[in-house]
Design a binder for this molecule. Structure first.
Ligand code: ATP
Ligand code: MG
Length: 232
């Protein structure tokens, strides 16, 4: 088993009000699979991804990744964990605006000791021809493909995608999903995609449904559909 989440709870205190973002959540994830977390706004998807990625820590419970309890790590340990094991893809790309496409990818490649060839990765994402451009010179779809390249080039065991298609039109969204599917197949990267788009979940063989911070369903989809054929 690759990831073990055991009784994780996370609360946020906003003034007088306590918000329960995750409630006693437990789940096991296998290496090399592509998961989708489905849930409406506020259901805890981002909170869960942030905890899995070591960007946030739970109030209760633990998260074990590859045999290591990441909830017991100090800030330095967590930084190393993120650097070595995790790639992030966000809704709004989060590229470094002052760096070119190639520099954006090189800047994360150097975080890893067994990174991939940036040229190969940018070519796979179909943005090699844009390597000398700055992010503002690219379309949203192209920026997101560079963002995936940044995550992939480190060759992480885990890629976490928070609404990766949320800001894209249908054609670009599909392209991004196809690329994530390729990465999962080609590199065996465990990929977790958080979305509120039910159609996206059809490409996954394992679908988690969150509602109000609780895992209400963890279903096997016996017939995942290639991303290319997903539509909404
Ligand atoms: N930093 C924070 N401070 C206070 N409350 C927060 C914080 N982050 C999240 N929350 C609350 O925790 C709950 C879960 O939020 P989360 O962002 O995980 O939901 P989500 O499923 O990602 O939603 P969305 O689809 O809108 O991105 C929500 O009620 C949210 O308001
Ligand atoms: Mg979110």
């Amino acid at each position: 088993m690759f990831i073990e989440v055991v009784g994780v709870s996370k609360n946020y205190q906003v003034g007088e009000v306590k918000i329960c973002a995750l409630k006693d959540l437990s789940l096991n994830l296998d290496k090399g699979a592509l998961y989708v977390i489905l849930g409406p706004s506020g259901s805890g998807k981002t909170t869960l991804l942030n905890i899995l990625g070591g960007l946030d820590s739970p109030d209760k419970g633990k998260v074990i990744v590859d045999g290591e309890d990441i909830t017991a790590l100090d800030p330095k340990g967590l930084t190393l964990y993120r650097r070595k094991k995790v790639g992030f893809v966000f809704q709004f790309y989060n590229l470094v605006s002052s760096l070119t496409v190639l520099e954006n990818v090189l800047s994360t490649k150097y975080l890893s000791t067994d990174g991939l060839d940036p040229e190969e990765v940018l070519k796979t994402m179909g943005v090699w021809e844009h390597r000398a451009k700055f992010p503002f010179e690219l379309s949203g779809g192209e920026q997101q493909r560079v963002a995936i390249a940044r995550a992939v080039v480190k060759n992480p065991a885990l890629i976490l995608c928070d609404e990766p298609t949320g800001a894209l039109d249908f054609e670009n969204a599909k392209k991004v999903l196809e690329l994530l599917e390729d990465v999962n197949r080609k590199f065996g990267t465990t990929i977790i995609i958080a979305t509120h788009n039910v159609a996206v979940s059809r490409m996954s063989s394992k679908i988690m449904r969150l509602r109000s911070g609780e895992l209400v369903e963890f279903a096997e989809n016996p017939h995942p559909v290639p991303a290319k054929e997903v539509s909404w």
